[in-house]
Design a protein around this ligand. Structure first.
Ligand code: THG
Length: 367
């Protein structure tokens, strides 16, 4: 395929020099920023992620910062997840919905203080929706995109690597909690979280100037642990059932269709702008929903569009992400399937660019 042109609109990150030095072989664009997709090969990266430890430039997970007396009220307007019990030091995975209940984003919300929050966004321009609400409702808040760039450390040896750089305090951080830890005299939020199921941390690097010093410190400290530059891995994330906004769901889908009903407390999420719409759709239940799908036979081609899922001549869903899994020796996929055909064990056909392939709806993802 042809090259993509670099320009000011396609933003570099504070870690781009390190990513290039590590021999990045492919990128995607995410929140108008470079996101690496492959270093050695997607399969080699996958094996290494499951065995060792990787450092990921996920600066493209931009922060929408909300601060001021109305910050908590504004964040609750964004999501049907009830935030009343959330404490500073906690992170929540939160569906963000519009007034129709359509998904606008699926970020991690980080509560720094009662009046200061970061929304760590997936690939959509959520800043404008948040600014629009703040201004339309005349809220007493400031909304902007700060100079904060997440760096993820993922894999089974991530805790030992993080302890070498930040000290043993990292070992006491619980899942989806963060602590403020020091690096070169700067306090950074360090959370146990990340876009893999191999375990790991995310460092919210405040100030691009310490991006490369931190990248280099992690690479040096991890030399004996086989540390390598990595990135969110397509195979591992499909096996794990981690959704990709814009691929697996869009603003046409409700959180319930996305299988994110467990992150909704719509009845008690007073103030959520999508609350009435979601109360209506949640009563009936969704008529299509995300499912793990196994696609039998040869390895699938790259999935760069929806692949129709058929039951005979009836179109009953679409595959949105698919890839060959070396560990499970089959193609693993994520798709939306209509209620009539979403039961585990249902056999279906998927229309791929390589032809019609038989498939089976699975009970659970592959982890
Ligand atoms: N970390 C941070 N920001 C992010 C992502 C991230 N922004 C973009 C994107 N990823 C947002 N999407 C997700 C999707 C899944 C998860 C986090 C962000 C995730 N899900 C777990 C799960 O579904 O099992 C855990 C959810 C939970 O139990 O609360 O981690 O990765 N900073």
């Amino acid at each position: 395929m042809a090259m993509i042109a670099l320009s000011r609109r396609l933003r570099r990150t504070p870690f781009s020099d390190g990513v290039e030095a590590a021999g990045v072989k492919g990128y995607t664009v995410y929140n108008h920023m470079l996101l690496p997709t492959v270093f050695r090969s997607v399969e080699e990266d996958y094996r290494h992620l499951k065995a060792a430890v990787q450092v990921w430039d996920v600066a493209c997970e931009r922060q929408v910062e909300i601060r001021g007396p109305d910050a908590a009220r504004l964040v609750q307007m964004l999501t049907p997840r009830d935030l009343r019990a959330m404490q500073p030091g906690q992170c929540y995975y939160v569906p963000i919905v519009d007034e129709t209940g359509g998904m606008l984003n699926d970020p991690v919300a980080v509560k720094l203080a009662e009046d200061r929050w970061w929304i760590s966004i997936a690939d959509s321009d959520l800043l404008y929706w948040v600014k629009g609400l703040a201004n339309g409702y005349r809220l007493d808040v400031l909304v902007d995109e700060p100079d904060v760039s997440p760096l993820a450390v993922q894999g089974p040896r991530s805790e030992d690597l993080m302890a070498a750089v930040f000290g043993d305090a990292v070992r006491d951080i619980r899942f989806f909690r963060f602590r403020m830890l020091e690096f070169q005299g700067r306090k950074l939020a360090v959370a146990r979280s990340g876009y893999s199921k191999q375990g790991g941390f995310e460092i919210y690097v405040e100030g691009g100037d310490i991006g490369m010093p931190l990248w280099n410190a992690l690479m040096e400290a991890g030399r004996s642990m086989d540390v390598h530059a990595g990135c969110p891995n397509l195979i591992e994330r499909i096996e794990s059932g981690l959704l990709s906004y814009g691929n697996d769901m869009t603003d046409e889908n409700t959180p319930h269709e996305c299988g994110l009903g467990r992150f909704c407390n719509t009845e008690s999420a007073i103030g959520c702008v999508g609350r009435d719409a979601l109360l209506r759709v949640a009563k009936e239940g969704p008529v299509l929903q995300i499912r793990p799908i196994e696609i039998h036979g040869d390895r699938v081609p790259p999935c760069d569009r929806l692949w129709p899922v058929m039951a005979g001549n009836a179109h009953v869903g679409n595959v949105s992400s698919a890839v060959w899994s070396p560990d499970f020796d089959t193609n693993v996929a994520i798709g939306m399937v209509r209620m009539t055909h979403w039961e585990a064990g249902t056999d279906l056909d998927v229309i791929t660019p390589d032809g019609i392939m038989s498939a089976t709806v699975r009970e659970v993802f592959w982890n």
